[in-house]
Design a protein around this ligand. Structure first.
Ligand code: HPA
Length: 281
């Protein structure tokens, strides 16, 4: 699907929103997207309804191991949340706008906040695998901007002010929802397109530029969420470290394993996150 050349983004968003609203019987205000390894947070007994990406017009189909491609309505102790189990990356051959399409659909359905969970490589030498990092800012210099060339009636200006995009109160909410004793820092996430991991020189360069972690996801969606007026927050599991020395045998399997272990150790996180988010929405 090439949304831009067809020029039918607004129409596709309407169709996707219709399907989501019908299948999920009402869409919650908080959406949480689960990247590599984070699917461990889903308690299937709490899933009230589910729709596969392949059944939602315009939704891209994930091709990467560990990304199922389902949108779920999950009941928590504080009400319903929407959970996107699996995500798409630009390195699967799609544009930034195409990978962000679900965010447009969620916004159209009335979602007000987007929390993204992902894996990332640690650049801050104090980080160790399994640490969590709440994103306080990002660097997006190497991808295509999802908003480039977007001219649509009824949408706001594409010149979005991204200063302060990750609001402190949302960062605190993500942190407060964690059990005590889990190592968690606030840091800067550098976006790279992937799919290759960084060379030593690239990792050193990103660290010098001020990044604490590097990853291949979520930032196009964060920018679209800001464009659409949604609150946005993001937390990564540091699945491997790149500095001061590269983890031997870095692989997607290792990234999944470390992130799954961390997610298993904070199993009730969606409940506590929903409770924290209630106070902000
Ligand atoms: N680099 C980029 N993306 C990643 C990494 C990494 O080292 N680990 C997990 N996602």
């Amino acid at each position: 699907m090439d949304l831009m050349s067809k020029g039918d983004l607004a129409q596709s968003v309407e169709l996707a929103a219709e399907v989501l609203t019908k299948h999920l019987a009402g869409v919650p205000r908080l959406a949480v997207t689960l990247g590599s390894g984070w699917d461990e947070l889903v308690d299937e007994s709490r899933v009230e309804s589910a729709v596969d990406f392949k059944d939602i017009p315009g939704f891209p189909i994930p091709t990467v191991e560990g990304h199922r491609g389902r949108v779920l309505k999950v009941i928590t102790e504080s009400g319903h949340i929407l959970v996107q189990d699996g995500r798409i990356h630009c390195y699967e051959g799609l544009s930034s706008l195409e990978v962000s399409f679900p965010v447009f659909a969620y916004a159209r359905c009335g979602v007000k906040a987007l929390v993204m969970l992902s894996a990332a490589g640690g650049l801050n030498p104090l980080y160790i695998p399994g640490d969590l990092m709440i994103v306080r800012d990002h660097i997006f210099l190497f991808g295509d901007n999802p908003l480039e060339g977007l001219k649509l009636d009824g949408y706001p200006s594409v010149h979005v002010n991204l200063s302060g995009i990750y609001k402190t109160e949302w960062q605190e909410a993500l942190k407060s929802a964690l059990p005590s004793g889990v190592r968690c820092e606030h840091g800067v996430y550098a976006y790279v397109k992937g799919p290759t991991y960084e060379t030593d020189a690239e990792a050193a360069f990103l660290r010098m530029a001020g990044a604490d972690a590097v990853g291949m996801s979520s930032i196009p969606e964060a920018m679209c969420a800001a464009f659409l007026g949604l609150e946005v927050a993001m937390m990564c599991c540091i699945s491997n470290t790149l500095l001061p020395s590269r983890a031997l045998g870095l692989s997607h399997e290792e990234v999944l394993k470390v992130t799954r272990n961390r997610a298993q150790s904070i199993r009730g996180y969606l409940d506590s996150l929903a409770a924290q988010a209630c106070a902000l929405l």
